[in-house]
Design a protein around this ligand. Structure first.
Ligand SMILES: [Zn+2]
Length: 267
């Protein structure tokens, strides 16, 4: 590790990572964990550093703010109020994109963030710090995570993509770990979107509807994100669809709206 994140034993128990677009949170998380858990705050050689590097540190729970359920918060608090599995007894939880977590989740969590048990560390991430509620912000030590385009390029270069497709991928994803997680879906949706926007797009209309019915809202958001970035001429209308997405609009309705926008870009 080039720079140690923490060099003292006084490490804040609540951190918020402010992510720049195309930053690499996976690598950052490992640095933070080593900073907290390794007695030398990241020597790279001890048993803890090696466990973390190999993704084998067991008292680590990772959640996505957008999808987290209240029961998961209650389970988290119950589990981490007891001793950990690891002998160092340091328990860490991560909630990604905390700005999207619901009010009831934040309310259940607040006291636990404010008065954490000894050895419990909270790490939140956000791409929009101003959208994080002040009660969370004020309790967290903030870290800025700059972009790591090299790591993104390295990953994309291992894929069979044209230069313009790589540019599109970079516009659609904000961080390397979500890019890796959703890459296969990206390819599937992008392929379909291109067909729908082609002169014989009508032939694929039903295929699109069948796919849409199976998608989670987070997948639909990715689908719309690709449409928005691939066809800038409809971007402002796609943004409107995205804004209304989490009001649980019927999926068939969203599909007919995006389908009609794609009809408009057919040549
Ligand atoms: Zn170490």
């Amino acid at each position: 590790m080039k720079n140690k994140l923490f060099s003292t034993d006084k490490i804040p128990q609540a951190l918020i990572v402010r992510q720049a677009p195309l930053s690499n949170f996976d690598a950052c998380l490992k640095d933070i964990l080593k900073g907290i858990i390794c007695p030398k705050h990241g020597c790279g050689e001890c048993v803890w550093c090696k466990k973390i590097e190999a993704n084998q540190y067991y008292d680590l729970l990772v959640f996505e703010g957008k999808q987290m359920k209240k029961q998961e918060v209650l389970d988290l608090i119950a589990r981490y109020s007891r001793a950990g599995l690891e002998s160092c007894n340091i328990r860490v939880y991560v909630i990604k994109n905390i700005e999207y977590a619901s009010k009831s989740i934040l309310n259940s969590l607040l006291k636990f963030v404010e008065e954490p048990p000894k050895g419990v560390y909270a790490i939140f991430t956000t791409r929009n710090y101003n959208a994080v509620i002040p009660t969370i912000r004020s309790r967290c030590f903030s870290i800025y995570l700059p972009k790591d385009e090299q790591a993104v390029d390295q990953y994309l270069n291992s894929k069979d993509l044209s230069t313009s497709q790589k540019q599109l991928v970079k516009k659609c994803f904000h961080e390397l770990d979500s890019l890796k997680t959703y890459y296969d879906k990206f390819i599937e949706y992008y392929d379909l979107i291109r067909k729908l926007a082609s002169p014989d797009g009508l032939n694929f209309a039903n295929q699109g509807l069948a796919l849409f019915r199976k998608l989670e809202y987070i997948d639909i958001n990715l689908f719309l994100e690709i449409c928005k970035n691939a066809y800038p001429q409809i971007a402002h209308k796609v943004i409107d669809l995205q804004d209304n997405l989490y009001l649980n609009s019927p999926k068939a309705l969203i599909y007919s709206q995006i389908y009609n926008l794609l009809v408009g870009v057919r040549k």
